[in-house]
Design a binder for this molecule. Structure first.
Ligand code: COA
Length: 316
């Protein structure tokens, strides 16, 4: 047996909270429509001096502090994102300098959209096995407000900005994440044009198709992780699912017959923060004292690519 455990978490949200009522002033929408269809009441947007790197750095510092780990102990630094400030250098490399991680730290950004953080956990688990230093910093960070088309009312109400970070430790006697990951290449359902296309980098989404995809893969992914770990879903202490839409979450909870008490959510005040949503929620559970040492958390994400990923994470 070998694997990783969660040693500490951190998160950061921009100061500005944008409520549905604020959006009503510039978009043809209503608080009632957004809450009923998505469960979202408000989200946070970066303003002024705030940026992607600032959110990442704040979340990372908090995670290191809560783990009691110094930057010099980190062997792997991964940032899951699709909204980094610069395509190169990667955010992970800039963060390496910012925090003072050693030069032989493996640093890169990864794009698996909203499944990115869980992809990152599994990648860290694999890389740490071969690393001299056995701690990794895995971050999910997005500034989606910068790629939101405010003339498209069916997408612009969903997304928010934020960052979440986790410090994990690899040991031979720690349990494997039993990660399950997948992808189904598709450009039509969820797409953001890149720098070479000449098109504005805005989120394009077929909401109904994304919904269908999500309710197909999320319950399946959760079941496959539990089966791989050789446990029943009733033995999981917490489910931390990507916060995309409360109706998707309710569907999965019902289909898997989960105890809603074990399925905390924060979409009401964060909106969908893509790769950041799972680690922000993890941090909220840790800081509110709901997640205890030794408990098992089944994390799962799904999104553009199309991608999905699930893993069973234990708090040290
Ligand atoms: N405010 C008010 N009305 C809106 C609106 C808004 N923000 N957005 C769309 N509408 C309207 C539509 O114009 C349509 O009106 P019509 O019937 O007069 O044509 C009506 O509401 C229904 O639109 P529809 O697109 O069918 O809504 P929906 O029930 O599919 O809900 C989503 C839209 C986006 C909330 C839903 O499809 C969804 O959540 N999909 C998943 C998205 C997601 O999670 N993406 C990220 C994955 S990582």
């Amino acid at each position: 047996m070998s694997g990783i455990k969660l040693m500490g978490t951190g998160s950061a949200l921009p100061a500005q909270e944008v409520t549905n009522f604020d959006l009503e002033k510039k978009v043809d929408t209503s608080d009632e429509w957004i809450v009923t269809r998505t469960g979202i009441s408000s989200r946070h947007y970066c303003t002024g001096e705030e940026n992607h790197l600032g959110l990442c750095t704040a979340a990372a510092r908090r995670a290191l502090e809560s783990a009691g780990i110094g930057p010099e102990q980190i062997g792997v630094c991964l940032v899951a994102t699709l909204t980094q400030d610069t395509m190169t250098p990667s955010t992970a490399c800039v963060l390496q300098k910012e925090l003072g991680m050693p030069e032989d730290t493996v640093c890169f950004d990864l794009n698996a959209a909203c499944a990115g953080f869980v992809y990152g956990l599994h990648t860290a688990e694999c890389l740490l096995a071969a690393s001299v230093r056995k701690y990794a910093l895995v971050i999910g960070c997005e500034v989606l407000s910068r790629i939101t088309d405010f003339t498209d009312r069916s997408t612009c109400v969903l997304f928010g900005d934020g960052a979440g970070a986790a410090v994990v430790e690899w040991r031979e006697d720690y349990p494997s994440l039993c990660a399950v990951m997948g992808s189904r290449g598709n450009r039509e359902v969820l797409m953001i044009p890149g720098v070479n296309t000449g098109a504005a980098s805005y989120i394009h989404m077929d909401g109904k198709e994304v919904f269908r995809f999500a309710v197909e893969v999320l319950p399946r992914c959760a079941k496959e992780v539990a089966a791989k770990a050789g446990i029943g879903l009733d033995q999981v202490d917490h489910f931390v699912f990507h916060q995309a839409n409360q109706r998707i979450l309710d569907f999965a909870i019902k289909k898997l017959r989960l105890d809603p008490e074990k399925c905390a959510g924060n979409i009401a005040h964060t909106g969908n923060t893509s790769a950041a949503s799972v680690p922000i929620l993890l941090d909220e559970l840790v800081r509110s004292g709901q997640l205890h040492s030794g408990q098992k958390v089944l994390c799962a994400g799904f999104g553009g690519g199309l991608t999905w990923a699930g893993a069973l994470l234990q708090l040290a």
